[in-house]
Design a protein around this ligand. Sequence first.
Ligand code: ADP
Ligand code: MG
Length: 493
Amino acid sequence: MNQHNEIWYKVLHFLSEKIKKADFYVWFQGTTILNMDEDKVVIGVPSIFAKDWFQKRYVEVLLEAFELVGNKVSEISFEIDDSLSTDEGDGVDLREMFATNPADKEAGLPAKKKKKKKESTNLMNSSIVEYQTVQSYGSKTLNPKYTLDSFVVGSNNRLAHAAATAVADRPGLAYNPLFIYGDVGLGKTHLLQASGNGILKNFPNSTVVYITAEKFTNEIVESIQKNNVKAFRNKYRKVDCIIIDDIQFLADKSRTQEEFFHTFNELYHENKQIIISSDKPPKELEGLEDRLVSRFEMGMIVDVSFPDYETCLAILIEKSRELDIKIPSDVLEFIALNVQSSIRELEGVLVQVAAFAKLEGEVPSMQTVASTLKKLGKIELVTSKEELTHLPADTIRRHTSGADVIDLVAKYYNLTKYDLVGDRRAREIMVPRQVGMFILRNDFNYSYEKIGSEFGGRNHTTAMHACSKVKKMIKKDQNLQNEINDIKQVIGL
Ligand code: ADP
Ligand code: MG
């Protein structure tokens, strides 16, 4: 072991006691001392995120640690060394150093690295020049109005919001890629951009690029025509985070898929964050190569769906605050009750109602909402929440969350929802649990991933198995079929 390594190991031993375990493993994996003299030490870190993070949080504690191990320095700086994030990197392998018990692995310890010595190259100077050129591009592509704070969280998007937040806090390390899917107007672009804005807030020197899959495609076509594919590649392979919106647009575009595949691999292997949105889960995307689909499945897949009434109302309150318009609460409630297609429409109605009222010089009323909605072709209007239970099945579906279904199924079988989402495997609990999963799949069109997460974070294969089991059982067991019909009736379907 050379002298620098020896000092670094001692410092790390000290720090492992001082810093929260999960943070320690995440941030110090792959680090090394690049240079050290009497007074100064240069620490090599694998990414711009790590550099920012170290500068912000670890300077003090590092100074203390160096002093304690008998190598006092007065200045610490950090340099990005891309090679440290690869298997061949020279950085420290914390698993080798510390992990003696399995709990350490759960604390977020990165995969074991193969130790292979290699000349450490300092890419610092070249990467700074390049990312500055990209950065001016990156910041132009994000809309600052989309933030994690202005995103209203409900049961329809809780998981997606939590994942987007985790990614903003620990880009490249929390979930990679993060894949968010759902129908139009349900907040995907908002969340994607919010996550990107969050990364920039936490790591101001990083480069975040947001691009729609359509624009990505057009840029490739153009670069092929102009014979500068290389410049295109450089642009996207030098960023710290790439956000691609509406990936379904790549369907059947094999050249773009090819290009994206390579960009993806390169960024992924350098621990750069990748965030993707789509209108469907990866498996259901048609016209997309299997190798891309399997890449998308390597990270975290979450969906957004239409919010329940209360969340709709909260979104309306948030939007009227943003737009600085005053609308009485019963009017907002009336809008929330009557718009059930998308959040974009919800917002659209709000803006129109406000504009209409302004024109008339009066505070928006139920009447204003009614005439706005009529103009949009909505004839039958709902005036109270109770009426929602007599609505068409489609509307009921939109207003019933996964948790509601689990509650109802539990009640029907005289169990609690904790029985259903919990781990007990007694038959009198197993069957109702499977029935709940079956209803969410068959009647609510939930993906298996989503069913798994509604049921206490189970794996999607468990949900898949449950649904096919119930399907088989009801063929033989008329009683079970009747029970399912009863439950559906209670739900209103
Ligand atoms: P998508 O990309 O899924 O089609 P968008 O992200 O463009 O949908 O959302 C449409 C509009 O609805 C945006 O103005 C967005 O800010 C708003 N919106 C969606 N979900 C939420 C939410 N949970 N909280 C606040 N605003 C939301
Ligand atoms: Mg969108």
